[in-house]
Design a protein around this ligand. Structure first.
Ligand SMILES: [Zn+2]
Length: 593
């Protein structure tokens, strides 16, 4: 099979890419999970450490055995959802995954019970490799309900919160927005009009924001009903599951502790001035007294438009990673050489970009739509950082130790973006080009670290308000949102009044079991900036440290991983290092004026 350079070659994932064979494999995955369940159901309580090890290894082997067919079906659909074959295989894969998960859930509950009754198993040297995996299960045990209640919870979420999520998504995607550009009224769906937020013309950006948020505000009853019900549900579920705080559930999922989260958010609060200073400088570059909310993510007006071919992009990303480490650079080049990146723009391809780990192949597959813009090269560098993470992690860890939480998952990718930044800055031909690169970096980091923190404050304030007995109608929620937002922005930005409805469009607020999705982004951004600062201080001595972090998968907690490189993430001093790097980029931007 020959493939074009910008298309991925999925056939490597499977022994045979005959669709009948793939379907057989998916059926076999379900049968094998059922056999596994029959073998262990009711018997886990009697296992000793060696027995638990055997159980975990068998489970890992099963995941590896059927990984290829599952990934093949999933990725084929992501790349082109229009063909009947892709639809069929994707559907089959989703059903198979659900059946496998159903078979395994009972066993996981039994394992949790065993560990809570015999915690010394976790400490047994026989099972050392899986220690942290078992610790995580143990941490969840006190918050688990009975099997019947857990099953009911799944049904409740599926027909409750998940239904709100579907309404939110369907509502947004089916509204039409009228906008007048250059004297002509155009009608656009949400997905199209939001692209105008980054339009070169300031007035178009402003108008697009106005049109969208004014319309969203008109449906405030819908949004407030959803958010109010979802937040109240979370409060009640936390009580039922005996979670001490509203963040407790997400802290367990993210493998973090409350003290670390508090230090992180306090550091952000203390440093809002750093971000506001950047916004002031950006306003100056744009020739404005003050940025409008519609300018925060806008491209600089004097940014040169530089286009990259696929070959040039490859040269820059491989070069950036190779300058850091030859081995990683080699793997990045292999991603192109072996056709593991799907960059072609085509109909039926999902939007955005992602990297999917291929554990058996000790590699990964990347999807993006490459249009040759500088942003596309940054996206590629970002996803390739995930791939480097996959190359290192799959070599060192079994699947059960490769369930990487959101805080650590972005380490390779954000670090990779910084490596590309460095390379492009040294090659920049004009000060305008330098400014454009640095503003892109600062816009992204400002969004991830600061704007997302506003969403954290906002979310917390909604639970507090409900606990205080307040009724969350649309205007109350909007007031909580603007209060959280203003904590970050102060009066450094002019907001359109209708931007008080900004919270309505954020899908995460409507997703089941996704409370406090936000702070891991803040964590990742500052964590990687702190690591990058260490790299700048230590040079080549730092390289093996990053590789250790990326090799660890989920076998260690973020706190222990950071401790390995000499960081204490429970302290504000640590997080300040991340802010210092943000300030360093601002200084570089000022030097380039
Ligand atoms: Zn990412």
């Amino acid at each position: 099979m020959t493939v074009k350079e910008m298309q991925w070659d999925l056939a490597q994932l499977v022994k045979s890419d005959d669709p009948d064979e793939i379907e057989k494999e998916l059926d076999a995955a379900v049968a094998s999970a059922q056999e596994f369940q029959e073998k262990y159901a009711g018997k886990i309580a009697n296992l000793d450490a060696k027995g638990v090890l055997g159980y975990l290894e068998e489970n890992d082997d099963m995941k590896l055995k059927f990984e290829g067919a599952k990934r093949y079906s999933y990725l084929m659909y992501q790349a082109d959802s229009t063909t009947d074959l892709a639809k069929k295989l994707n559907d089959k894969e989703r059903r198979a995954s659900m059946l496998v998960a159903q078979s395994l859930i009972v066993l996981q509950i039994e394992l949790g019970k065993l560990l809570s009754e015999t915690p010394k198993i976790v400490e047994d040297p026989v099972i050392k490799e899986h220690k942290h995996y078992l610790e995580k299960i143990l941490r969840e045990v006190p918050h688990k309900l009975s099997v019947e209640q857990e099953q009911l919870t799944i049904i409740k979420d599926k027909n409750g919160i998940r239904a709100w999520q579907m309404i939110q998504g369907d509502w947004l995607s089916t509204r039409k927005y009228d906008i007048e550009i250059e004297g002509k009224v155009k009608t656009m769906p949400y997905g199209e009009i939001v692209a105008l937020y980054e339009h070169a013309d300031r007035n178009v950006r402003r108008l697009a924001n106005h049109v969208v948020y004014e319309a969203l505000g008109k449906d405030e009853i819908l949004w407030a009903s959803a958010v109010r019900a979802i937040c109240a549900d979370h409060i009640q579920m936390c009580k039922l599951r005996k979670h001490p705080t509203m963040t407790s559930q997400s802290l367990i999922a993210n493998d973090l502790d409350q003290g670390t989260l508090d230090s992180l958010m306090k550091t952000i609060e203390k440093n809002v001035g750093v971000y506001r200073n950047y916004l002031k400088i950006k306003a100056k570059i744009m020739g404005l007294k003050k940025l409008g909310s519609w300018d925060i993510m806008a491209p600089l007006p004097n940014a040169p438009e530089i286009k990259y071919t696929w070959k040039e992009a490859r040269k820059e990303t491989v070069g950036a990673y190779t300058e850091f480490d030859g081995e990683i650079g080699g793997w990045i080049d292999e991603m192109y050489e072996q056709c593991h990146i799907d960059g072609e723009v085509r109909d039926g391809k999902r939007s955005g970009a992602f990297c999917s780990t291929w554990h058996n192949g000790k590699s990964a597959y990347i999807l993006q739509s490459f249009n040759g813009m500088m942003g596309d090269v940054f996206t590629q560098a970002h996803e390739l950082g995930h791939a480097a993470h996959a190359y290192l992690g799959t070599r060192a860890q079994k699947p059960s130790n490769y369930e990487i939480g959101s805080c650590i998952a972005e380490v390779g990718s954000i670090f990779g973006e910084l490596l590309l930044t460095e390379r492009l800055l040294t090659k920049a031909k004009s000060k305008e080009e330098k400014q454009a690169i640095l503003a892109t970096v600062l816009d992204g980091a400002g969004m991830a670290a600061f704007q997302v923190s506003a969403r954290f404050f906002f979310e917390q304030s909604m639970y507090d308000a409900i606990e205080e007995g307040k009724f969350l109608d649309g205007n109350t929620v909007a007031a909580l949102w603007t209060a959280g937002r203003d904590k970050i922005y102060g009066n450094s930005v002019e907001w359109l009044p209708e931007m008080k409805w900004e919270w309505t469009m954020k899908v995460h607020y409507y997703m089941p079991n996704f409370r406090f999705y936000n702070y891991p982004y803040v964590f990742a951004q500052l964590f990687v900036y702190a690591l990058y600062r260490l790299y700048k201080e230590q040079g080549k001595e730092f390289v093996p440290k990053l590789k250790t972090i990326l090799s660890a998968g989920s076998s260690r907690s973020p706190r222990d991983l950071a401790a390995d490189v000499g960081f204490d993430i429970t302290t504000e001093e640590f997080w300040q290092k991340g802010i210092d790097q943000f300030a360093e980029f601002i200084k570089m931007l000022e030097d380039a004026l």
